[in-house]
Ligand binder design. Structure first.
Ligand SMILES: *Cc1c(COP(=O)(O)O)cnc(C)c1O
Length: 397
């Protein structure tokens, strides 16, 4: 069925599964689109907002956003799916979701300690597209592209390039096959769910065929920025490759829309183990109300919070970075008020390639005559006998 809106414009053919907010957005910006097109992930990719001319039709741009978009040509690409654009505030540049995807002039500011590749992943690159830092697991960079480009991306040096990936897979797969100590392959990128289903199937089959690979973990932001990619067909395919873990990059509770939740539920119903990874971002998710809402919602929708990252010091990230002491205070409050199931590990991926180091309040505050002195999240002191010192036996034993 088609119908006319108040202005006499033809509306989407059918609104099956479409959120009313998204229908309003479509009426305004994509009056000709059908619900079937809107829900087609390839349509979403083709219609991404990528340049100043397009973005200024959707958003009232700030001077900083405009300057950043005018200066483009090098650096991290800009892309926002129409779906994600519909979640952003068109009038307020300070809107948290908007800040994660629209560039601002601050991206050109350099701060002490920032680098293009702060984690020095290049050093642990064993073959093209494969990072082997920890003995039993590798990061497999399967794709250069993302559906939307996060302005704080730790792999901004790699994403958005138009390279051929074919031969790289062969080298990486051969390396994994030749290294029996590798038990887990973390498929990342870019976003691996941007590969065609056929290509992703091929990759998962090849990985599964290596006897010592026990676990495959997919790192993806797709359920948040392009949830229509999580089709029944994709999920049915993923289900064949159990055990499969998906680590979902999620930033803000406003991302957990009807569509995103549908994608998460599909994955969880298929038995994919869902965990989350979130970057702590100044003014975006660094307050207790926002972060607790995010973490609680994730658990409720069967996603176990896994990592809360201190923002990596990539170039031009100072405006995103929260001072660590502030991060720790937030984590302490979360620990006091939330279920343990909702608490992620707060980590710094050590610049230079040290890997992820858990940071948090000091809980082991000292030792006192055979006791370990502990401090709880409220600052109270407790004692635990350690190491064990035998003082006698029970009578009769
Ligand atoms: C994060 C990461 C892993 C996975 O580490 P886990 O502690 O298992 O989450 C593996 N390799 C690299 C290079 C990483 O950055």
């Amino acid at each position: 069925m088609r119908w006319l809106d108040e202005c006499g414009t033809m509306l989407p053919a059918d609104n099956q599964g479409m959120d009313p907010e998204r229908i309003r957005f479509c009426r305004r910006f994509f009056p000709e689109v059908t619900a079937a097109q809107w829900s087609d992930w390839r349509w979403q990719l083709r219609h991404r907002l990528q340049d100043l001319g397009t973005l200024e039709r959707f958003f009232c741009l700030s001077a900083g956003e405009r300057a950043a978009l005018e200066q483009r040509g090098s650096g991290l690409p800009v892309a926002v799916t129409p779906y994600y654009a519909a979640l952003l505030d068109p009038d307020h540049p300070g809107d948290p979701l908007r800040r994660t995807v629209l560039p601002v002039a601050d991206e050109w500011v350099r701060a002490v300690g920032e680098a293009e590749d702060p984690l020095d992943e290049a050093r642990d690159r064993v073959v093209n597209g494969l990072i082997h830092r920890h003995p039993d697991r590798v990061v497999f960079l399967a794709s250069h592209s993302c559906a939307a480009y996060c302005r704080y991306c730790t792999r901004s040096r790699l994403v958005g390039q138009k390279q051929k990936l074919n031969d790289r897979w062969e080298q990486a797969l051969a390396y994994i096959a030749a290294h029996g100590e590798i038990r887990e392959v973390l498929v990342s990128g870019g976003d691996p769910l941007l590969l065609s289903t056929a290509r992703l199937t091929a990759l998962l089959s090849r990985l599964r065929a290596i006897p010592h690979v026990e676990l495959v973990r997919l790192g993806s932001r797709i359920p948040m920025v392009l949830p229509m990619r999580v089709t029944k067909r994709l999920v049915a395919m993923l289900q064949r490759f159990q055990p499969l873990v998906m680590s979902i990059h999620v930033t803000h509770p406003a991302e957990l829309t009807t569509e995103a939740l549908r994608a998460l539920h599909r994955l969880a119903d298929a038995g994919v183990m869902l965990v989350s990874q979130t970057v702590l971002l100044a003014g975006i998710n660094d307050d207790f109300a926002t972060m607790s809402r995010l973490l609680r919602s994730l658990v409720r929708h069967r996603v176990r919070p896994y990592y809360l990252y201190q923002c990596d010091p990539i170039w031009g990230s100072a405006h995103f970075r929260v001072p660590v002491e502030q991060g720790i205070a937030l984590v302490e409050q979360l620990a006091r008020e939330l279920s343990g199931l909702a608490l992620p590990r707060y980590v710094i991926d050590a610049p230079g390639g040290g890997g992820k180091i858990t940071i948090g309040p000091v809980t082991m505050v000292g030792r006192e005559a055979g006791f370990l002195v502990l401090k709880d999240a409220s600052g109270r002191i407790w004692r635990y006998p350690d190491p064990p010192v035998v003082s006698g036996t029970l009578a009769g034993v």
